[in-house]
Design a protein around this ligand. Structure first.
Ligand code: EPZ
Length: 419
């Protein structure tokens, strides 16, 4: 089992280049199944969930060629199966996109019930509601979900709650359906817009992505024969913005989209950081102890839940007492127990946590409980006095490309060690 060994404390200074968005790539790769042709996708993050997805697509008949570590060409002219391998699809959350893509392409799809980070209940009733509205029959038995439809017909769908996954999945299933589909109360994350842009590049007719209503005019076929570049990862960029604040450092974050991070920028400015944006660079520097703030996570453009644990590290050493309300997930404060081991004073109860800021954290062995908690614990180890060992790196490797190398280039004393 690998671990990261971090010697603190360090001010992070220098430049970091952001990779393509994990949550866009994990939807765009299955979306290629809708294409009766060949396409090339660039700026793909080199992470384990992407590799698993490529293995699954190959088992379904796709031909995948990696041109560079971040660019792949996908040939989906010959799909031989619509039954995805259960043992692979249960390894991560985004496997549910195979339902929408295979249902749209083949009128049939079977996927293992998705796994992914343990954030509390993660139902997919809204995905199923959308598929059924399009005329599909969906059954969940023995750990698998099977969706079938003789033909998919456009419909009007109102999602009961804002859901990234359901928004994208219903969009995938609608692209080749007969007629027009309107999806209301949709998520507006940058990766939703990116998936819609990808599909439109390949021949789809999707309008309104990034607003509250998405309209899809079904088309006969997606031809592909195009190249698409995945949007930069706003969560990775936000992770480094918060690392600059927490370490009182000075980081120039390259290849990111400032307007995708407005809520994060607003919050770290409130906490005392300085931020300047120029083109696709965001420069964050801070030379004082962060000030306390209160945070409520919300769907985009609110403060993202995927940066909640990272900002929690900055709050744990800020001046005063702060509160975080987590409105998306039932159980996303598991990381606070690890920070308390390091000397933080956090009381987490249900969907809220109170952070009584302390002067310093102290290094010790800590365990990542999910992908973003892992990134948070790395930041905690960098700013703590002494040595921190971060375990359960499988969580981190699922979503961050070369994370220790990126932090090392910013001055962190961090090594991956095999136990
Ligand atoms: C996506 O998860 C992301 N994962 C998550 O990022 C992210 O935290 C989340 O969106 C919110 O932004 C991927 O994109 C692979 P949701 P998803 O459907 O689609 C409830 C990371 O760290 N809900 O927007 O699963 C659900 O329980 C990961 O990169 C239903 O009740 O999230 C939650 O409370 C962690 N029924 C809320 O909606 C449904 O059918 C939002 O979930 C669907 C969702």
């Amino acid at each position: 089992m690998d671990k990261l060994v971090i010697e603190g404390s360090t001010r992070l200074c220098g430049e970091v280049e952001i990779s393509g968005a994990k949550n866009a790539a994990l939807a765009i790769i299955p979306a290629t199944l809708l294409i009766n042709g060949v396409c090339t996708i660039d700026n793909v993050p080199n992470i384990s969930d992407v590799k698993i997805y490529c293995d699954i697509l190959k088992e379904l008949g796709a031909v995948i060629k990696w041109n560079t570590p971040n660019e792949l060409t996908v040939d989906t002219r010959n799909i031989t199966s619509s039954r995805a391998p259960v043992e692979k699809t249960s390894k991560f959350r985004a496997s549910y996109y195979l339902l929408g893509a295979l249902l749209g392409r083949c009128g049939d799809a079977q996927v293992g019930i998705p796994g992914g980070c343990n954030l509390g209940a993660r139902p997919i009733d809204q995905h199923i509601k959308g598929f059924e509205a399009l005329g599909a029959n969906v059954e969940t038995t023995k750990g698998t979900i099977t969706a079938t439809a003789s033909r998919l017909k456009g419909s009007s769908i109102y999602l009961d709650m804002v859901s990234v996954g359901a928004t994208i999945n219903v969009m995938l299933a609608s692209v080749l359906a007969e007629g027009t589909t309107t999806i209301d109360n949709v998520a507006k994350e940058p990766h939703i817009v990116d998936v819609a842009n990808f599909l439109n590049t390949m021949g789809a007719d999707i309008r309104g992505a990034g607003t509250d209503v998405i309209k899809i005019n079904g088309v006969k076929e997606l031809k592909g024969n195009a190249t698409y570049s995945v949007v930069p990862d706003q969560i990775e960029a936000g992770t480094f913005m918060i690392a600059a604040l927490a370490s009182k450092g000075d980081i120039n974050i390259k290849n990111c989209v400032a307007e995708h991070l407005e809520f994060v920028t607003a919050k770290i400015l409130e906490m005392g950081a300085n931020v300047s944006c120029e083109g696709d660079n965001i420069h964050v520097w801070c030379n004082k102890r962060p000030s306390k703030v209160n945070i409520k996570t919300l769907p985009h453009p609110g403060f993202p839940t995927d940066l909640q644990s990272q900002i929690g590290v900055a709050l744990s050493i800020s001046e005063g007492t702060s509160i975080i309300n987590e409105s998306i997930w039932d159980s996303r404060f598991q990381y606070t127990a690890e920070l308390n081991k390091m000397g933080a004073k956090i009381i987490a109860q249900g969907k809220s946590a109170v952070f009584e800021g302390v002067e310093k954290l102290y290094g010790c062995p800590v365990y990542a409980t999910d992908l973003r908690a892992g990134a948070a614990l790395i930041i905690a180890g960098i700013i703590a006095n002494g040595t921190t060992e971060v375990y359960n790196l499988n969580h981190i490797d699922r979503g961050y490309e070369n994370i220790e190398e990126k932090f090392r280039k910013l001055g962190a004393k961090i090594q991956r060690v095999s136990e």
